[in-house]
Design a protein around this ligand. Structure first.
Ligand SMILES: *Cc1c(COP(=O)(O)O)cnc(C)c1O
Length: 339
């Protein structure tokens, strides 16, 4: 099977398995796991934040951010197709007691004017705007890089209104590699940042939540409340260190393969590429080829290719560590029998 469903399907590299095997460990709830501490210090340093915390998943990192920034009854502003809104089981409402308010974006980027207009004035009837979330790269927008300038303008609006900004940077390093903007410059536009070690970077488990030392101290309590306090977690943090020190630059290979895939698929009559392919995600509309996304995926599977539905007629392909140039050639060859 050529698995293009997601960059989460990657298996840890040999170096990661060795790092896990050799990891020095301790009880992380006591702050005594040297490998977790090393990963957290490394991540904070790379992002230019005071502190960082290892969490079990991107969803957990995002939810801890919402819980720590907000109080029940607050409103959170975010793009209408944000992962935090679409794909986290309404957990900001279920867990933090806040309501989301969505803003229509352009390629995943909200207009700072729209963000400013959505901030609530003081009124006994209104919720208080507790948080603004930005997603970069933007998953539903096809891995689009949200430009640094756009983030800066939203950060200015947020600062003027005394509202914190959280960056859902599950694929932040894809944005860094694709744009040439430093990770510190992106991270500086937000009070807190979440990024996934377990996507394109290839680690088996985990995400990082970073912010001020005071914020992370409070976030640790929320992680514990959610059952995310781990013990000898160095075993899973060690591959995360390999991910950060050895795997960032190779994301460029995923981006290159995604472009080759998009170019090739775009030549088939009936297939329409819906996104600009900034990074490792290709969105293909299959309607003109006479398929629904589900029927197209079933057909792909007969040819030993996996992807995921991303709308009634949209299919998402994600290049990743386990996919080679030969695999992409193979996909393009097989496509002749499908459309
Ligand atoms: C994958 C993803 C998450 C959630 O990460 P998990 O580790 O799957 O919980 C959050 N935000 C975005 C943009 C993502 O792509």
């Amino acid at each position: 099977m050529i698995d293009l469903r997601s960059d989460t399907v990657t298996k840890p590299t040999k170096r990661m398995r060795e790092a896990a095997f050799d990891a020095e460990v301790g009880d992380d709830v006591y702050g005594e796991d040297p490998t977790v501490n090393k990963l957290e210090a490394l991540a904070a340093d790379m992002l230019g934040k005071e502190a960082a915390m290892f969490v079990t998943s991107g969803t957990q990192g995002n939810q801890i951010a919402v819980l720590t920034h907000c109080k029940p009854g607050d409103e959170v502003l975010l793009e209408e197709n944000a992962h935090l809104f679409l794909y986290e089981g309404a957990s900001m409402s279920a867990l933090a007691g806040v309501q989301p308010r969505t803003i229509r974006g352009e390629k995943g980027a909200m207009s700072p004017v729209d963000v400013a207009a959505a901030i609530r004035p003081e009124d006994i009837h209104f919720p208080e705007t507790g948080l603004i979330c930005i997603e970069n790269t933007h998953n539903k927008a096809g891995g689009a890089v949200v430009p640094l300038e756009n983030m800066k303008m939203i950060a200015d609006v947020a600062r003027d209104n005394g509202i914190p900004v959280h960056l859902d940077g599950a694929r932040l390093f894809n944005a860094v590699v694709a744009s040439g903007v430093s990770v510190k410059d992106f991270a500086a536009q937000a009070d807190t940042v979440q990024f996934c070690l377990s996507k394109g970077l290839g680690a088996p488990v985990g995400s990082i939540l970073a912010g001020s030392a005071d914020f992370i101290a409070r976030a640790r309590k929320w992680r514990k409340r959610l059952g995310g306090g781990l013990r000898q977690a160095g075993i899973i943090a060690a591959p995360g260190i390999v991910a950060l020190t050895e795997m960032v630059d190779r994301l460029a290979e995923d981006h290159e393969l995604a472009k080759v895939l998009a170019r090739g698929l775009g030549e088939f009559r009936g297939l329409e590429i819906e996104n600009d392919v900034d990074t490792n995600i290709v969105l293909v509309n299959v309607k003109q080829a006479g398929y629904t996304s589900e029927a197209f995926l079933a057909k792909l599977k007969e040819h030993k290719i996996l992807a995921v539905p991303f709308g009634p007629h949209t299919v998402r392909f994600v290049t990743n560590l386990n996919v080679t140039a030969d695999d992409i050639d193979h996909v393009l060859n097989e496509m002749r029998y499908i459309v």
